[in-house]
Design a protein around this ligand. Sequence first.
Ligand code: GLU
Length: 450
Amino acid sequence: MPYVQKIIDDLKKFNPAQVEFHQAATEVLVSLRPLLEKNPVYQKNKILERLTEPERQILFRVSWQDDAGDVQVTQGCRIQFNSAIGPYKGGLRLHPSVTTGIIKFLGFEQIFKNSLTGLAIGGAKGGARFDPKGKSDGEIMRFCQAFMTELFRHVGPTIDVPAGDIGVGGREIGYLYGQYKRLSASHDGVLTGKGLNYGGSLARTEATGYGSVYFAEEMMKERGESLEGKSCTVSGAGNVAIYTVEKLLQIGAKPITVSDSKGMIHHAKGIDLAALQQVKEVERASLSRYKELCPDAVYVPLSEYPKDGNAVWRVPCQAAFPSATQNELNAADAEALLKNGCTCVCEGANMPSTLEAVDLFLKAKIAFGPAKAANAGGVSTSQLEMSQNASMQQWTFEEVDAKLRGIMQGIFKNASETAREFGAPGNLVMGANIAGFRKVADTMLALGVY
Ligand code: GLU
């Protein structure tokens, strides 16, 4: 479709160097073709051109003092991408790799992910090039305070509600919220992922990982299979990976790997959850420490990874859960997974598979759960936190978990039925993109040109 190609070409031309954004936009726009052909109203009203341009991009300076008394400066960013169906919602990422291109791809994905949840939340993302690793608590606090000192004027409980992402967990949310509370003199639920004592929701910490496994279970169920007894590779060792491992263990599957920026653990008898939590949640150490706690596990440092990809995906498994970061699974990795008999890939991270890897999974017709569907459990539970804050209630863990499971089942049904409607049964990439897009696009039409 030349119309779609022209938009992709223009995006590349006028947003040069934002390669992750080009990748995310290409995947979505190409898969929308059957809908655009069937219904010319979207093209006529330039919905694609409008959707790929953020409503607002806020860039600001973040200056703070480190423990040595030296001044540090970086750029903070919040991209408020689309608010057609609800207040902007999406996480903040603190990582040395952050660029506006990365925040833009994440914000773009968030529009469709949030739409798919069935809840009234628009899409946004933010963050800064900052490495929380090796920083003291005091440095993290001063950074978060400086970040929120600028951000607070742009957010609000019905305007924009940030949350965590890579590098932003409970500690960072606490410091950000404390600063917001002081500046606004209010107790608005302006962030999600808050501590349980001050408005957080039970099960929010577990939600992305649990949700990803619930989604994989739905994919398997439709194929008359289950995850029980299956060997599962998991990448990452952050919030998403830890609670993916926990849920896999609970349902009788066998998670056998985790990884971090320095290497990976292959534990053939199954990941020891207590050891993993001790290393990552208590000690904030690298995974080589896991090997000290569990000497029968194998530790593979980054220097021994295969030249053409990621060691995690070379471990034979029946199901894979990429839960670390973008583009961590390339075509060579996908080929290795398929060759080793993997029949289910469920994306816990945002855009972990390259476009080429996704194509290989779709061609092989394995169960492939794309990120914007499979990892939507985190943001869904964030919205449940917003609901609890607005009604001044706190639900039980079981109530929140049951709602999360229902939402993940709803997302699967919506993506699966939409794929079938457009003649591509089982293609959840197309199903999720069209279903997520249609709700936002139809709302934009209803709201008039903006
Ligand atoms: N960062 C998470 C995501 O990628 C959660 C966002 C949120 O809870 O608002 O969806």
